[in-house]
Write a protein that binds this ligand. Structure first.
Ligand code: C2O
Ligand code: CU
Ligand code: CU
Length: 498
């Protein structure tokens, strides 16, 4: 990796990048951009003869400010590798905890039994090792893994305990799609950070951070301050994008009013390519996007932050490009030929979600707050909000030894979710679901396929869900708000499947 860009240079870049116009992109290409960090690829898809080792470790990392920040990483100084696996495999992992405090590693988006899910009950003691055998049974998708240590998830994930998993299957491996890792198939982990005057990453769990979730002011891409740049061949380029922010909703767009060609969401491919000018991503969400770099010399991915408070999310998506920062600039190398296929119009067979298949409905209400009872319960139960307030679902904060619900394996249900205030990204373990409505309206095209995240703010959000894998009382699945501070503070519940 090339040397860090000076603070002054960084400010100049940031100034240039605040405009979304193509001319700005042109101006930017005159100066050397920070290169896009490409996470190490652990390719287990063609078989493994030894367990995949993931070392959770304490480290120091320069995000590009010139200073070393105290960080956590997985086999790395910050964040983790991309692990590629294939449907039908059973993948043995060895997760070593070297961070000096208890941790866990949850496989977000995987359809797996509760005892290998890596949730809050599968704690790895400091110095200890967790050896799950992870069955991969679902279609191709971009998933991820992160700390899920109850009361510490926000701090540990912000610190860097997160990585990406590519699930491939026969169809995805033979599809006419870019799939050469780091050449025309890129993984982007988007996060927001705050740096102190010395350029070191800072995180403080104040009352306000608990209430709104951590909201940084600087965009980082794969652990490097934006903007970053990458040269690509002439042809289709695939971006697998993860919003790994603790709490920020992100609105993505492309320079020059190019459309984003969305091909996959959390749980895998859409039925066909969905084109959109802006793409809003909640924390925890993944989308895959294609860019046709046979048509473009240069393209810039723009990202704007929105909070989850009040109308923030809604305003952010309306204002879209305003206040957008450049995340990534792709520059075409005219001498390299890539994949010159058309944008796919048929990606997967996606039957319409059938609400009539549901045997029952359940209602969830996400509670913030000031209820004395919630506060007292939260304080007693050791959630991070302490006496500052309480958060819960249906009036109860998460309690490690209380299982909230029992699900029946194989039975479809409709989960109706509503929220008191703010916008909350709701997540369910052990499944993918279909969104029937989000904030009281049908889901946008990019969110109408397989998902494990749904946003909840105004009106009801409804998902059609079914659990096909068992979870016992000792290793239940979670449902929770993916604003990690809310989760830690108790906006989470547990269920068994049997
Ligand atoms: Cu990504 Cu239960 O979390
Ligand atoms: Cu999860
Ligand atoms: Cu929340």
């Amino acid at each position: 990796m090339q040397n860090h860009i000076s603070r002054r240079r960084f400010l100049e870049l940031a100034a240039v990048s605040s405009g979304a116009a193509l001319s700005a992109v042109k101006a930017m290409s005159q100066v050397p951009l920070r290169p896009l960090p490409v996470p190490e690829l652990i390719d287990a898809a063609s078989g493994v003869d030894a367990p995949v080792r993931l070392n959770l470790q304490q480290s120091r990392h320069d995000f590009g400010t010139g200073a070393a920040s105290e960080t956590l990483g997985i086999n790395s100084s910050y964040l983790g590798p991309v692990v590629k696996v294939k449907t039908g495999q059973q993948v043995p992992f060895e997760v070593h905890n070297r961070i000096g405090e208890v941790s866990t590693l949850h496989w977000h988006g995987l359809h797996i039994p509760g005892d290998v899910d890596g949730g809050p009950h599968q704690e790895i003691e400091p110095g200890g090792t967790w050896r799950p055998e992870v069955p991969v049974a679902q279609p191709a998708a971009t998933c991820w893994f992160h700390s899920h240590t109850h009361g510490r998830t926000a701090r540990q994930t912000h610190g860097g305990l997160a990585g990406v998993m590519h699930i491939e299957d026969d169809a995805s491996l033979s599809a006419d799609l870019p799939k050469t890792y780091g050449v025309d198939d890129f993984t982007l982990v988007l996060q927001d950070k705050t740096f102190d005057a010395q350029g070191r990453m800072s995180y403080q769990l104040t009352g306000e951070v608990i209430e709104n979730g951590f909201q940084g002011d600087q965009l980082v891409v794969n652990g490097a301050l934006a903007p970053v740049g990458q040269t690509v061949p002439q042809g289709l380029v695939r971006l697998r994008i993860l919003n790994a922010c603790n709490a920020r909703f992100l609105t993505l767009s492309l320079s020059g009013s190019q459309a984003l060609n969305v091909i996959a969401s959390d749980g895998g491919f859409l039925g066909s390519t969905f084109q959109t000018g802006t793409l809003e991503m909640s924390p925890g969400e993944r989308y895959e996007v294609l860019l046709d770099m046979s048509q473009l010399e240069e393209a810039a991915l723009m990202v704007s932050f929105s909070g989850n408070e009040g109308l923030g999310g809604w305003l952010g998506s309306i204002l879209g490009r305003n206040g957008a920062q450049t995340a990534l600039v792709l520059t075409r190398d005219p001498d390299r030929k890539g994949l010159t296929a058309a944008l796919p119009d048929r990606l997967a067979i996606l039957a319409p979600a059938d609400p009539l298949s549901a045997l029952r409905k359940r209602e969830f209400s996400l509670n913030m707050g000031d209820g004395e009872e919630l506060a007292a319960l939260a304080a007693n139960w050791g959630n991070v909000c302490g006496t500052a307030g309480g958060m819960g679902i249906n009036g109860r904060p998460m309690k490690m030894d209380h299982v909230n619900l029992q699900m029946r394996k194989g039975e479809a249900e409709i989960w109706r979710i509503q929220a008191d205030e703010q916008r909350h990204p709701f997540h369910i373990h052990g499944c993918s679901f279909r969104i029937l409505q989000q904030d009281g309206a049908p889901p946008p095209g990019h969110a109408s396929g397989w998902k494990d995240m749904v946003s909840v703010q105004e009106g009801w959000s409804e998902v059609l869900v079914r659990f096909d894998y068992p979870a016992a009382e000792t290793s239940p699945f979670m449902y929770h708000c993916h604003i990690l501070e809310h989760e830690d503070c108790g906006m989470m519940g547990q269920f068994t499947v049997g």
